[in-house]
Every structure is written in structure tokens, then in C-alpha cells.
Write a protein that binds this ligand. Structure first.
Ligand SMILES: [Zn+2]
Length: 453
């Protein structure tokens, strides 16, 4: 739970039980319902100890994991300083890039139909439409904008001192450093091994190098077998599905693919591709890191290989929020630990703020109905968080949910369990619509993931 001082400055987040205690005793007031934020009535910023928190981000195309953590030094097993990381708040931000993309495709379809409806010949239009510097498709622009908007908000509610973000899938420098075939077995879990695995997944597009199978378990495979003197260098490694891996056995790639020369040629060409060629930089993530840097808080970019390694070393299963929690420097050898994982995470879904369209089209693009000019009806707009108190009837009782408005004032409320119509007279506004829907989810439990590695 986020806590603000008397003057509105952010203090260290607190446990929900503590927040309830403060509210019940009248020492705090609710500022926001989602994310839940309270303000202390008597205590100022100067009366509180604020050590600061870290904001950790795992940007994804469908959802971005966000974790707010604090770190405390303690004495490690070998007498050196180790860090204890506590996950204070976990947030999963669900993007709507796909909806935006499909809306753009639909619009393009309607425009194409209108152009070809008049079948006389038209000369092609001169291509004078320049895209401004830094232009991104709207679906990708949304990823950055929605993440930045939430990050700015979190920086107002929590004393963020550092931002850690996963910027690239794998760390080319770490792979290059481990390139000379050393005696270490790469299958032994090491951080370099974790980077190599992420690198191979990108290089071979998460599919088997010999048969192209995707979505199956993949093993790291030596093209020139180790038993015949093959090295552990990445230039000798591919990913293979289990059947191919077993069928190949100790044969060399030339022998195994003797009857598939085209495939063999492919494998050899891909093997020789230099590192920087495979490291296709994800422009969206780069732009996000650039945008984060403008916030005036130090930004530390990390690689996905390191996150995967950290998560494994800490025994955490895979989820967006746990990836975010594991982002950054965590040295197991030094004794660093993750000592707290939030049990419940806030799920923030981007819903948009409605549309500019004045009409709703049917599936052929013809206007079906006209929308009312106003967005606010009887004091409410679609997306507002409201409390409903119904004195009688089927839905008698108190409800909290998202409202969707009608001009008649007979609005519709959606709660986590139900949806029904309610008059505006029985509603009370809790929070204005801000383009997001809020809900809660349980974090993935550790026990579910424990299986053969
Ligand atoms: Zn295969």
C-alpha cells in the first residue's frame, strides 16, 4: 500500500494490515483506490525514515511486470556484505497493443473499400507523407506511453531512487567473454550459461535447428559432438528438439543431415552468423529506457539472460512480476536473497478512454448508430470506479465496480462477480476513469513450478 506524508510527499510503502490500522484509527485518509494510496494526517516527510525503493521493470509485448522493492544489506555467509531484497508491491500492466493494431487494420480496410468503391482510374497519390523522427506504430507507441504513465504515477506514490529495467534479451558482452572454450560445462547452471541459452533461443528462433519444430522442449546440442573433440563455443552450439537430439547421438551434423543438404547448408550459415547480427535490438525497449532516463532517476539496463539466471538462482517460478522482481544485480555466491514476494499482485489493464468516432459502424463500415455527443451522463463517464448502494430488489446491497454510462442515467455497473443496471441516484463516485481497469491476482506459487529442471 502506498503511503503519502501530510504534505503529499511519498513515504515508504506499508503492509495492507498497517494501512487498515492507520485508517481505522483515523490517522490516515484514502487518496486513491487503485493503486491503493493513503495519506497520513499528522506526520510530515521530516518525521519519517525514507530509505527509498527500487522500481524494477520487465517490459513485454502483452504485459509489463513491475516490482517495487527495497534492499537491505546484511552480513553474508563468508563475512561480506550481501543484499536482502524485499518485494513490496507487484503490478502487472496489461497492454492493448493488439486491440490497437486490429483497430488500425479495420480502419485501413474501410478506407480501402471507400477508395475502390469509385472504380475510375486515379493516379497514385504522391508519397509526401513524412513520418516524424522517432515515429513508432501506434500499437508500439502505446507500450511506451502506458508504461511511462504508470511509472510516473508510481514515482509520485513511492520514494523511487533507482529504476532497473530489462533492456535486451541477452548480454553479448558476457557471451563474448565466455567464448573461449573453458573447461566449465555450460549445462551446469552459471550466469554465462543462462546468457548463452537466451542467445541460442534468439539465434535459432526458439525452434529445433535440424527439423524446425517449435513449441517443444529444446536441448542445447553440439554440432560437432563433444565425444569427438567438439568445443563448447557458441559457434558449435545449436538448439535441437529431444527426438533430433537423441537421433543424432554422437554423429556429426554432416552425417546426421546427409540426406537433407538444404537444411545442413542452413545450419552452417546460421552458425557462422556473427554475434551482433543476431542481437537484433528491440527498438521499443530501447526507446522505453530512453524515456525512463528523462525522469531524473538513475536507470540501470540489464539483460534477460541475467534475469532468467537470477530467477532460477532464487528458486522463483516465471511470471511477469517475478521477472521484474529478479531484474538487476543478485549474486547468489555473495549471499544475496529475495526474502519477500508479494502474494497478491495488482493487475492494471489498459482499456483506453473510448473513441473519437461519432458513429458505430457495422461490419461493412457503414454507420449503424450515432453516438451521443457527451461522454458524461448524470455526473458519470464510462470507466469510473463507483460504489452502488441498492436498498431493495434482486441486487440489494453494496457493490463496487466499473460503470458504463447511458444517456438515460440508467447506468450499468460491472463488479468482479456480476453486472447489472443501476440508476445514477444509487451511485457514489470513488475514482474517475483513467484509462485503466484494476483487479487483483494471486502470484504464482513456488510449489507449482518445482519439477525436473
Ligand atoms: Zn528436431
Amino acid at each position: 500500500m502506498f503511503v503519502l506524508a501530510k504534505g503529499g510527499e511519498p513515504l515508504m510503502p506499508c503492509h495492507p494490515a498497517r494501512a487498515r490500522e492507520l485508517l481505522d484509527s483515523g490517522r490516515a485518509v484514502v487518496v486513491r483506490r487503485a493503486p491503493f494510496t493513503i495519506r497520513l494526517k499528522h506526520r510530515g516527510r521530516a518525521d519519517s525514515v525514507v530509505t527509498g525503493v527500487q522500481l524494477r521493470l520487465d517490459p513485454g509485448s502483452r504485459a509489463t511486470g513491475i516490482a517495487i522493492t527495497d534492499e537491505q544489506p546484511r552480513l553474508g555467509p563468508l563475512g561480506q556484505t550481501a543484499l536482502e531484497r524485499r518485494g513490496l508491491i507487484g503490478i502487472e500492466l496489461r497492454h492493448r497493443g493488439r486491440q490497437i493494431h486490429s483497430a488500425m487494420v479495420r480502419r485501413a480496410g474501410h478506407r480501402r473499400r471507400r477508395r475502390s468503391a469509385n472504380l475510375r482510374y486515379r493516379a497514385p497519390r504522391r508519397d509526401n507523407r513524412a513520418r516524424p523522427e522517432g515515429w513508432l506504430p501506434p500499437s508500439l507507441r502505446h507500450l511506451i506511453d502506458s508504461t511511462m504513465s504508470l511509472v510516473s504515477r508510481l514515482c509520485r506514490y513511492a520514494p523511487v531512487r533507482e529504476i532497473h529495467v530489462e533492456q535486451v534479451a541477452f548480454d553479448t558482452a558476457a557471451i563474448a567473454a565466455s567464448l573461449p572454450a573453458d573447461t566449465r560445462d555450460f549445462r551446469e547452471p552459471t550466469r554465462a550459461g543462462s546468457e548463452i541459452r537466451e542467445f541460442l533461443l534468439a539465434k535459432w528462433k526458439r525452434s529445433c535447428a535440424y527439423c524446425g519444430a517449435a513449441g517443444v522442449p529444446l536441448n542445447i546440442e553440439h554440432v560437432h559432438p563433444r565425444s569427438r573433440g567438439g568445443s563448447d563455443r557458441v559457434t558449435n552450439l545449436v538448439l535441437a528438439c529431444i527426438p533430433c537430439n537423441q537421433a543424432k547421438g554422437t554423429a556429426s551434423a554432416d552425417e546426421f543431415l546427409a540426406d537433407r543438404p538444404a537444411r545442413l547448408e542452413n545450419v552452417i550459415a546460421q552458425l557462422r552468423k556473427p554475434l551482433h547480427d543476431v542481437a537484433a535490438v528491440n527498438t521499443t525497449r530501447l526507446l522505453l529506457v530512453k524515456a525512463l532516463a528523462t525522469r531524473g532517476v538513475p536507470v540501470h539496463p540489464w539483460s534477460g539472460g541475467r534475469t532468467a539466471w537470477n530467477r532460477g538462482a532464487m528458486g522463483l517460478p516465471k511470471s511477469h512480476t517475478l521477472d521484474a522482481l529478479a531484474t538487476g544485480l543478485l549474486e547468489r555466491e555473495r549471499g544475496d536473497r529475495v526474502v519477500r514476494v508479494p502474494a497478491r499482485i495488482l493487475v492494471v489493464t489498459s482499456t483506453g478512454r473510448g473513441s473519437y468516432a461519432r458513429t458505430t459502424p457495422d461490419r461493412y463500415g457503414f454507420p449503424r448508430l450515432q453516438r451521443p455527443r457527451r461522454k458524461i451522463h448524470r455526473g458519470y463517464s464510462t470507466g469510473d470506479l463507483v460504489a452502488a448502494a441498492l436498498p431493495r430488489g434482486k441486487w440489494a446491497g453494496r457493490w463496487v465496480g466499473r460503470v458504463s454510462v447511458r444517456a438515460s442515467g440508467q447506468h450499468r455497473i460491472t463488479t468482479p462477480t456480476s453486472r447489472f443496471d443501476v440508476s445514477h441516484r444509487n451511485l457514489r463516485l470513488l475514482q474517475r476513469a483513467d484509462g485503466h481497469a484494476y483487479g487483483f491476482a494471486e502470484e504464482i506459487r513456488l510449489s507449482e513450478e518445482r519439477g525436473p529442471a
